[in-house]
Design a protein around this ligand. Structure first.
Ligand code: 5AD
Ligand code: FES
Length: 364
């Protein structure tokens, strides 16, 4: 059953500072998570296949103008080896992520996907930016199961400022999300929380959109300033100055994760690496106890890992797949949860039109 929260309630929760009341939010999110997706924590092996990027995002360290970064692109054999590691660790999914790299040829990646799908039981998730619809369709036809592309913020003006168009190609990630669904992908999106210029009200709207878009996966992480980017000074780029600026702190991420669980009870929601980065001690655990049910351990070969620097000081930067796997096992058992088996896709999709009356989004 879908829980009805109106936008004012969401906004009130986002501004809540009273620890006792917040306990109530955590409890509701955790209970909703348990009822709808159970106690399994699904692990997705993340392989960062290329750090080339054609785009100039104001927040991201892979931006094309960052000439200090050494660029790499994994070859097919390296990607297969990483996928094989995911199988060895019992992960159900491999996520191939990269910058928007047109050096990744469409047919080449389709062949890589076909190889993984024919030789392993893995679900394949792609996260490769705003590729043309025909590329996405070709990858889906090759067997890719899911695609991730965050809309980052629902504030269209802010999005355009932090994510300039490529040439004169107008970009609308909501259109891409719809295309992905039509092509037949399970679709994931999400946001950064605390982008300079992002207000509490716009985060509330992001959460409303999570519901409306009926997302299968929802990734939420804090904005982390990267010194080699225009937003690297951490907030002076677009001063909001009116007390409405959403903070990029842990608490704001937990609230957003918990509320995402309440508005989309059966979605797969990761405790993101960015969250693990701002609280390396127990950010993952707190995410998993406040609505999340997925974690994405990093299987990128160590020699490339530090080059995939979308933001600085990433968690688990020096951990091999092995150490990370052992560590996660302990962390997840410590929560009284277990590692999920199988691909861990979304069980059922419930479009707003199919929902019984009275369960729709109650946003006025
Ligand atoms: N801080 C936090 N998250 C970031 N991402 C990119 N740059 C940053 C940053 N500086 C996130 C974006 C993107 C995802 C792959 O990483 O949300 O969609
Ligand atoms: Fe990666 Fe602990 S989760 S080392």
């Amino acid at each position: 059953m879908s829980l009805t929260l109106d936008k004012n309630e969401i906004l009130t929760w986002l501004r809540e500072t009273n620890p006792a009341r917040l306990e109530e939010l955590w409890r509701r999110a955790d209970e909703t998570r348990r009822q709808h997706v159970g106690d399994a924590v699904h692990l997705r092996g993340l392989v960062e296949i290329s750090n080339f990027c054609a785009r100039a995002c104001a927040y991201c360290g892979l931006r094309v103008a960052n000439t200090k970064l050494t660029r790499y692109r994994m070859d097919a054999a390296e990607i297969f080896a990483a996928a094989q590691q995911a199988v060895t660790f019992g992960y159900g999914t491999v996520v191939l992520q990269g910058g928007e790299d047109y050096g990744i040829r469409t047919d080449w990646l389709a062949e890589v996907v076909r190889g993984i799908k024919s030789e392993t039981p893995l679900a394949v998730t792609l996260s490769l930016g705003e590729r043309p619809e025909k590329d996405l369709a070709e990858w889906r036809a090759a067997g890719a199961d899911r695609y991730l592309i965050r809309f980052e913020t629902s504030d269209a003006d802010l999005f355009t400022k932090i994510h300039p168009p490529l040439g004169n190609h107008k970009c609308d990630r909501l259109v891409i999300l719809r295309q992905l669904r039509e092509i037949g992908f399970e679709v994931g999106s999400g946001i950064m929380v605390g982008i300079p210029g992002q207000t509490y009200a716009s985060v509330a709207e992001d959460l409303r959109l999570f519901h409306e878009l009926d997302l299968d996966m929802i990734g939420i992480g804090p904005f982390i300033p990267h010194p080699a980017t225009p937003l690297g000074n951490g907030g002076k780029f677009f001063p909001s100055g009116n007390g409405e600026q959403a903070p990029n702190n842990e608490l704001m991420v937990y609230k957003s994760v918990a509320l995402a669980r309440l508005v989309r009870p059966d979605a797969n929601i990761p405790a993101t690496s960015a969250l693990a980065t701002i609280n390396k001690v127990n950010g993952r655990e707190l995410g998993l106890r406040r609505g999340a049910n997925v974690f994405m351990p990093n299987l990128t070969p160590l020699k490339y890992r530090r080059l995939y620097e979308i933001y600085p000081d990433k968690a688990c930067i020096a951990e091999t797949g092995d150490t990370c796997h052992g560590c996660l096992n302990r962390r997840i058992s410590g929560l009284g949860r277990h590692i999920g088996s199988g691909q861990g896709g979304r069980k059922q999709r419930q479009s707003a039109a199919e929902m019984p009356a009275g369960q729709e989004w109650g946003y006025a």
